[in-house]
Design a protein around this ligand. Structure first.
Ligand code: HEM
Length: 410
């Protein structure tokens, strides 16, 4: 049973876009979808200690990520989280920002030209891997070899196949065939990544490079973040291809870069590029479903939830919910213009203590990659239609999006 290729927007009934709470019951599992931002704050913030990660989360990720940050809980999570916070902070990763310049330049030079449209998501994945390696770990060079990319897509195909043991919510200790296959491919991927790192270190003779970085942490962080960055840039380009007026505004702002930002209601306006990214993350949050399970019966603003019920807080549903947004399905980056504009239902990076540790780096990389693409090229999407998102490891388009790029007319 594959969870991929299903229209992500049609996965839940229409009430999921208007009600604050939906309850489902299957075989031996209860599921509660929570669409109330205040309750979400409670689940991930003040009340986080009352919730744990679900068996499904661990069944999907443990075979690949072992006891790494994303699957860890308790003291192990605290230790790993503390170690990840420093390299993920702008004061660290911006020191490595210049390392991504040649990577993005090479990527832009290889974009499909006018008359030969093609999908670019695979190349964006490679670029994201190398950019995270550069900014997070200070690696200079390329890790995303064709072998690594091939193993990553094999890995995705295995992880996206859900089996009956997952659906029954069995504990991860009861391993299914899928989990064993995922472990095998992840092991091969680890080996390949380490091989590429060793090769790069030898080639560069760079003794200090990424000193103290454990290669296993490296693989985990890369796997956690690269796909989100790549799919966000891919969706943003598709939305921009349909909204050339936003591209013109981004261009105009880049010419006025050294001027102070215009002020609206006493606060500086957000740059259009940032607004486009926020609106992209709203419509197509890369990780559309986040699950937790209460360790005992809990009371939330949306009502009581029984111990053991799987609670789903979905950025996708929250971001398109009629009670939280005006014209929820339409692309309106202007809603983010006022610098203070924030929406409690907006949570593409999750919330609370386990909020994405790479959030600022992710935003930075998306902005850098997008702005360089737009600076150097004029963009076309073929056909000029946004595909539906499909549910999978991340929110990818159902059909590949083809772009062509022509040199910018000045
Ligand atoms: C557009 C980019 C990104 C988006 C939208 C995104 C989104 C998310 C979300 C929704 C979570 C889950 C929170 C939860 O389970 O409560 C998460 C966790 C995580 N992300 Fe990201 N992410 C992005 C980029 C990155 C990058 C670039 C990195 C690494 C450099 C990264 C590393 C991680 C890690 C390690 C976790 C687990 C944190 C923990 O459990 O404490 N992410 N991300």
């Amino acid at each position: 049973m594959s969870i991929s290729r299903r229209n992500a927007l049609g996965l839940f009934p229409a009430a999921a876009y208007s009600d604050m709470r939906l309850d489902f019951r299957s075989l031996r599992q209860s599921l509660c979808v929570v669409n109330d931002p205040q309750s979400a704050e409670e689940i991930f913030g003040a009340g986080a200690a009352k919730f744990g990660l679900t068996h499904l989360h661990k069944r999907m990720l443990k075979p690949s990520l072992g006891d790494g940050l994303i699957v860890a809980e308790g003291d192990s999570w605290k230790t790993q989280r503390r170690a990840a916070v420093r390299p993920a902070h702008p004061s660290s990763f911006l020191q490595n920002a210049s390392l991504i310049d040649p990577l993005i330049q090479e990527f832009v030079a290889g974009l499909p030209g006018e008359g030969s449209p093609n999908e670019i998501l695979t190349a964006l994945c490679a670029l994201s891997i190398d950019c995270i390696a550069a900014t997070f770990f200070g690696y200079r060079g390329k890790i995303a070899s064709p072998d690594v990319l091939d193993l990553i897509s094999r890995h995705r195909r295995v992880v996206e196949r859900v089996d009956w043991m997952d659906v029954l919510g069995l504990p991860p200790a009861l391993e299914s065939g899928r989990m064993k296959r995922a472990r095998r491919v992840a092991h091969e991927l680890d080996q390949r990544i380490f091989f590429e790192i060793q090769k790069m270190k030898q080639d560069r003779e760079d003794a200090d490079m990424a000193a103290g970085v454990n290669d296993r942490d490296f693989a985990v962080s890369i796997l956690a973040g690269f796909e989100s960055v790549a799919v966000t840039v891919n969706w943003a380009l598709a939305l921009l291809a349909q909204h050339p007026e936003c591209i013109s505004e981004i261009e105009a702002e880049s010419f006025r870069r050294d001027e102070p930002a215009p002020v609206r209601a006493g606060k500086p306006e957000r740059a259009m590029l940032t607004c486009v990214l926020l609106e992209t993350l709203r419509l197509f949050p890369p990780l559309p479903l986040i699950y937790r399970v209460p360790k005992s019966d809990v009371g939330l603003p949306v009502g009581a939830i029984r111990k053991g019920t799987v609670v789903c807080v979905s950025p996708l549903l929250m971001h398109r919910h009629q009670a939280h947004w005006e014209r929820p399905d339409s692309f309106e980056p202007q809603r983010w213009r006022a610098d203070g504009a924030s929406y409690p239902a907006f949570m593409p990076f999750g919330l609370g203590a386990r909020q994405c540790v790479g959030m600022r780096m992710g935003m930075f990389l998306c902005q850098e990659i997008l702005s360089r693409i737009l600076q150097n090229t004029a963009l076309q999407m073929v056909p000029n239609r946004i595909p539906l998102p499909r549910m999978g490891v991340s929110l990818r388009p159902q059909d590949p999006i083809s772009f062509s790029f022509s040199p910018q007319r000045v």
